[in-house]
Design a protein around this ligand. Structure first.
Ligand SMILES: [Cu+2]
Length: 417
């Protein structure tokens, strides 16, 4: 469903085949280092060790694309269809590069390598909260990632500049599902944890101290990286997973919504980012396309062209519910499915009203619909208990358009702890 006018269908393959299970498993066996190693050759050594004696470039966010209007970074579960299509196309193109083994700077592999490079070493480890370093570096990284997505849309997907400029990375709050970033085509290995979802302390949002707020958030963020298995966990590979960027969009939003919004006290903290607009793909020179910046320049999102769609719920509420795992999706060309609850037919007992009610929507990214890793549904404790007794209710998934249904097998319905 490309739908949106002006978008080229060229970048999205029509219904790519489901990757075989065995291959996905084999990919999970690849060590993080092996997984990103092929891109080492496109990241110059000096990117990892910025020269602190060099003067950073004055940060001009929109030098090459013109100043676009400020746009919302949406909640990924409430993303308008056109934004959904743009993201789908952009990641489809980036993924195509990885598959064809082009070790290209404009690729997720290069992004992953840059993130990995700033994860170690005493001088350039950016997973430290002092002065807002963790927040500022990831904000800058995300800004350049978003810029890469727009560049890819324009230069590889034939999307016009004005349309490409509307793309912003949505935010994923890790409470409901893997949302739109759910397909075997877009990451090489990821599975949901069944352990208790890490909870963000309410204190994180209440404190007025930059370092304290940063510490709470970094800590919770680390737990979420561990909770999602596969590429998403190790610092070395997490940038291969598109969900990394949506998750960091949320981490960035937490900063915006906190009492320490806009605060940074970094003094001088340089970092190097890849900017496709500064690259010259015809030269083959890997030293092109990089920009040395002062992270202190990233305090204000107004300058960066985005603001966050407000949350639809409290990020802290510990609601009761269920987790449905490995949800088999009925075959469909559409991206949307309804998830319903209904009274189970025992023998021929339920005839007539089975009290079926739609309780949620599943919106898949890409057109590769096999299974959906997990969906967390929020329900009253009494209903949870009734469902878990196993003889009263069942869950069923149906395409919004067209026929077909799949019942979620009882062993795949677990209490949300
Ligand atoms: Cu992270």
């Amino acid at each position: 469903m490309i739908g949106a006018a002006g978008l080229s269908a060229g970048c999205r393959p029509a219904r790519p085949p489901e990757p075989p299970k065995a291959a996905a498993f084999a990919d999970c066996q690849t060590s993080p280092t092996e997984a990103i190693e092929p891109w080492r050759t496109v990241v110059p050594v000096w990117v990892r060790n910025p020269d602190w004696n060099q003067k950073p470039t004055t940060f001009e966010p929109w030098t090459f694309e013109g100043q676009p209007d400020k746009q919302l970074r949406y909640d990924a579960s409430r993303l308008p269809p056109q934004q959904h299509d743009l993201l789908d196309m952009a990641y489809g193109c980036l993924r195509a590069d990885a598959q064809s083994r082009q070790k290209d700077q404009a690729s997720l592999g290069c992004q992953a390598f840059v993130h990995a490079a700033y994860c170690s070493g005493s001088r350039n480890d950016i997973h430290k909260t002092g002065g807002g370093l963790f927040w500022a570096w990831h904000r800058a990284f995300l800004f350049f990632h978003e810029r890469l997505l727009r560049w890819v849309l324009q230069h590889r997907c034939n999307v016009d500049l004005a349309t490409a400029n509307t793309l912003r990375v949505p935010y994923w709050k890790p409470s409901r599902d893997f949302g739109i970033f759910n397909t075997g085509q877009l990451y090489h290995c990821r599975t949901a944890g069944t352990a208790k979802l890490p909870e963000l302390s309410r204190d994180a949002m209440m404190t007025t101290d930059l370092n304290t707020a940063g510490n709470y958030t970094l800590d919770w963020h680390n737990q979420v990286h561990g909770w999602v298995h596969g590429d998403f966990s190790p610092a070395a590979t997490t940038g291969l997973d598109p969900m990394f960027y949506a998750f960091h969009s949320y981490v960035d939003a937490l900063w915006e919504w906190s009492h320490v919004k806009g605060q940074l006290s970094l003094g001088q903290a340089w970092a190097v980012f890849y900017d496709p607009y500064r690259d010259d793909p015809s030269s083959g020179d890997i030293n092109k396309g990089w920009v040395l910046l002062n992270l202190q320049d990233f305090a204000d999102t107004d300058r960066l062209g985005y603001e966050y769609q407000p949350l639809d719920s409290d990020p802290f509420t510990d609601q009761t519910g269920l987790i449905l795992t490995n949800i088999k999706l009925p075959r469909s060309d559409g991206p949307e499915y309804a998830l319903s609850m209904r009274r189970r037919a025992v023998g021929a007992k339920v005839i007539g009203d089975n009290q079926e009610q739609v309780i949620d929507t599943i919106y898949v990214f890409g057109h590769n619909h096999g299974t959906y890793e997990f969906k967390r549904v929020f329900l009253e404790q009494a209903t949870v208990d009734e469902v878990l007794r196993g003889d009263t209710w069942e869950f069923v998934v149906r395409p919004l358009q067209g026929p077909g249904e799949e019942v979620v097998p009882r062993p795949n319905v677990l209490p949300a702890r």
